[in-house]
Design a protein around this ligand. Sequence first.
Ligand code: FAD
Length: 597
Amino acid sequence: DILQQIAQIGLTNTLEQNLRPTVPKDNDVFDFIVVGGGTAGCVLANRLSENPNWSVALLEAGGTENIINVIPAMAAYLQVTATTWNFPAVPQKDSCKGMFNNVCFHPRGRILGGTSSINFMIFIRGNRRDFDSWAAAGNTGWSYDEVLPYFRKMENAVLDGLEQTQYRNRSGPLNVEHVKYRTPSAHAFVRGSEEAGLPQTDYNGASQIGVAYVQASTRQGRRHSAYRAYIEPIMFRRKNLKIFTYSRVTKVLIDPATKAAYGVEFLYRKRLFQFKARKEVILSAGSFISPQLLMLSGIGPADNLNRIGVDILQELPVGVRMYEHVSHFGPTFITNTSRQWISTNLVATLPNGLAFLAGRPDTPISSLAGVEALAFLKAPFSPLPPDWPDVELIFASGSLASDQGTALKPGANFKNEIYDQMYRQLENQDHYTILVMPYHPKSVGRLWLKDKNPLARPMIDPNYFAVAEDVEYMLHGIKESIRIAQSPALQKIGAQLLRAPVPGCESLEFASDDYWRCSIRTLTYTLHHQVATTRMGPATDPTAVVSPQLKVHGVRKLRVVDGGIIPSPPTAHTNAVIFMIAEKAADMIRGEWEEGK
Ligand SMILES: Cc1cc2nc3c(=O)[nH]c(=O)nc-3n(C[C@H](O)[C@H](O)[C@H](O)COP(=O)(O)OP(=O)(O)OC[C@H]3O[C@@H](n4cnc5c(N)ncnc54)[C@H](O)[C@@H]3O)c2cc1C
């Protein structure tokens, strides 16, 4: 049994589970029950248990991190381990054509730290206008000026002087730093973007438009997840915080007469337990499983609940809307540098390993799996104001060939012919890839349940490019990355577009607009920022599931605090935004209960 456990959950977790497990007691009572120890759940567990008079239970379906989680260069491998949930989406008609069965994979962290323990650690907050538009839609309290204090509260920014502004902070739990190791092509990309007209910027400061070296949620070159930042420092210090790993919540218990949540049901070591909550149940199981738990508990759209045979307690549009930042994996450019890109063969050397273990933050092992710089662009045809970027370019010093097809390729479900015909030839060739990510897609996906088995995966239809305009923003980003590649700085390293036609697009003139449109629908690469499945909005908003206080409409003592509440895709990757949401939620909850409302 122990050998089997080691194989499945690793040595740290096996020891933890056998030597000092926190075994649940059936019908135990807590003030707050937080479901899901991910980005948001870790923040909430920490902040709520700061009040010594409150008892807090944090229930997490996975275990704790081990060494692989802290190594930034290994990020791509974390999508294919037991610490990850894999949610296959339904086959797509007009996208994901480069994936087996047209299915794009949707991984999530299944571990204390959640997706912050497996993500790419890119730290980006979003644009002032994102939050001002949330507030303008009736979400009182969520304007930029009102959320900025929480962005500041969460971070300890160590950014070569950039942090000395009113936007940044040096005393929060989560470390934010520049990556100390940079390839020559990353320097050339930043210089080349400047030559192409983009100013250097702190994209988490006053203005986003421009180019910048990536800011990372790492500390001294190691991943700094929500677990490391918010839980590890207090884990065994606060008697009022109990953390239950390998505990999978299956349902929220709600009194049908009062519509008040009073606990949860969960599985631990194949046995069903119940915990009761005196004050609140808070769902932080992420934008796929929080909606699933709501629906299993009778809160959701009538058509779906009727179909799966769950009694309706509160009809709400759970899962009816889902937005995502999907990107195009490319274009890829070959350079004339030699052995200076992020490839596992070059990174995983004994000297690098020893230096990393000795605490050095400046080896390629601390690279965010090749992500080194970001550029923020305006599309000329965009109706949005000039200071609100439309497209992000993500500079990565590598491609699917970085790990010889062993991690990114299976992680995203790419077909063999994509790898064989485009990337295999690059295994010993320096190159870089620009991932192009439009910020404000109009296509709307959906999440639903096909049955009421709590252990089944929810169904996900991302519905990418249902609105064809989304493709045009991507096309603009692709053309801009080709223009930037013509800059003197990138020409100095011989940047040249990889001329390997995308399988399925060979009949189109290479690099014509239609060729790229075909490529966009083939190399469809999700960046895993699914939002709005439990959308925030006032009671008058028919698309809203939770209120601006993140309380489930029509239900008492139940909140959702995670990425699912984000009403529309931010001008950011989602992790930092979710840290902020949880910090603000903790303050709202404390404000309400400490004032005895
Ligand atoms: C591969 C990948 C790369 C990414 N890269 C970046 C990046 O570089 N920068 C960035 O900003 N964002 C990135 N993101 C997105 C970002 O990390 C997530 O949006 C964010 O971490 C989600 O936070 P959350 O709190 O909503 O959910 P999660 O962090 O996913 O937390 C949910 C938690 O709930 C647990 N859980 C689920 N169901 C149950 C249940 N029934 N019972 C108990 N526990 C349960 C899960 O195991 C998990 O720990 C990436 C995402 C992925 C998948």
